[in-house]
Design a protein around this ligand. Structure first.
Ligand SMILES: [Zn+2]
Ligand SMILES: [Zn+2]
Length: 388
């Protein structure tokens, strides 16, 4: 066993303790108060670590300088949990009722904290600096962009960036690394349709907002199937439909909420102009009015091909070569995309799948903590390879 792997294995007990402590205190996006405090306190105990808190709310930055001139690598973790009631039965399950680390961000924080701890012990083996980014609200509305707006990528400006996500659809002990587009752009929209409410027995005296909204839901599906190039994978999903309160009453108002996905930057930008004429056409035909709001959200996440090759070389020192996969891109999204738009970098999947495991965002989601050691080793070795 290499000396580095032994050093990481010796930290295993602490790695598990960190993960379980963070798992117990999940907080949803922009409310990561206890979590960011925990992270900052851990970082402050690491010799030589400069810690900045309160970046874009709850964001935390740790800066580890070697004292030798060189490049800067940014390593990122996300801190937010989900509004999900945990159903794992774990002894260290969420203490926060309706909130849960169901997307593995407890694992991501743990890996980056342990990486910081290890790197501080071996900082004579590399040059430059490592910036550790702990961001709020990855799930939505995003914490990476607000942290960038508050100076994340200055003093020093990172030359490279890396981050990873626990990935249950890849088997544990594997890494998923892919050049180019890995994840989709994600936008959210809201449509408020206003008609003329009235008696359910007298539709001719009303403008039915519910019926109009139903037609809008159907018509929006024509955008992907009839307006976009079939070679451009895209999704329009209406995930929320609220209207009406009584079986014999025609509602005055209906509110739809949905999301759009695409790997194509141009389609991402064009979505509002693709959706709105459809909404307008349906509403006009029924005599209803509408308000349409569109939040562009996150761009597609694109990995730099050169960085991907370098990370693959590093990964081959961590796991056997046949355990490095090139995963298919996913329509899931990631606001790390904002960092990778500005800094050459790579986002990878850390396989965490096991027989019968639950998917991300499930109230039963869990992973074997041994995968965290693989993640730590990947981050530590990548730092040595990039800055060594
Ligand atoms: Zn998630
Ligand atoms: Zn996630």
């Amino acid at each position: 066993m290499t000396e580095l792997r032994k050093m990481i294995q010796d930290l295993e007990k602490e790695i598990i303790e960190i993960r379980r402590a963070l798992h117990q205190i999940p907080e949803i996006g922009l409310k990561e108060e206890k979590t960011s405090q925990w992270v900052a306190q851990y970082l402050e105990k690491i010799p030589g670590m400069e810690v900045t808190t309160g970046v874009a709310g709850t964001g935390v930055i740790g800066l580890l300088k070697t004292g030798t001139p060189g490049k800067t690598l940014l390593i990122r973790a996300d801190m937010d949990a989900l509004p999900v009631r945990e159903d794992t039965g774990l002894s260290f399950a969420s203490e926060h009722g309706d909130m849960m680390h169901a997307c593995g961000h407890d694992g991501h924080m743990t890996m980056v904290l342990a990486t910081a701890r290890i790197l501080s012990r071996i900082k004579e083996r590399f040059t430059g600096a490592v910036k550790f980014m702990f961001q709020p609200a990855e799930e939505w509305p995003g914490g990476a962009k607000p942290m960038i707006d508050q100076g994340l990528l200055e003093n020093p400006k990172p030359d490279y960036a890396v981050a990873g996500h626990l990935w249950p659809s890849l088997p544990q002990g594997t890494l998923g690394i892919k050049p180019g587009i890995l994840m989709s752009a994600a936008s959210m929209f809201t449509i408020k349709i206003t008609g003329q409410g009235g008696h359910g027995a007298m539709p001719h005296l009303c403008v039915d907002a519910l019926d109009t909204a139903g037609q809008v839901v159907n018509a929006l599906q024509r955008v992907v199937s009839r307006k976009l190039n079939p070679l451009t994978p895209s999704v329009v999903t209406v995930g929320s439909f609220h209207a009406g309160s009584a079986p014999n009453t025609i509602p005055q108002e209906a509110v739809l909420k949905g999301t759009t996905r695409t790997f194509d930057r141009q389609v991402w930008q064009n979505y509002p102009e693709l959706l709105e004429p459809v909404i307008k056409g349906v509403c006009d035909s029924m005599g209803a009015s509408y308000e349409f709001s569109f939040d562009p959200g996150y761009p597609p996440l694109e990995n730099d091909p050169e960085m991907v090759n370098l990370l693959k070389k590093t990964a081959a020192k961590v796991v056997p070569r046949d355990r490095i996969h090139e995963p298919e891109p996913t329509m899931g999204a990631e606001d790390m995309a904002f960092v990778l738009e500005r800094i050459k970098g790579c986002y990878f999947f850390l396989g965490s799948g096991f027989e019968g495991c639950a998917p991300l965002h499930s109230p039963k989601f869990d992973f074997r903590e041994s995968v965290l050691l693989t993640g730590v080793e990947t981050f530590v070795r990548f730092t040595l390879d990039m800055l060594g």
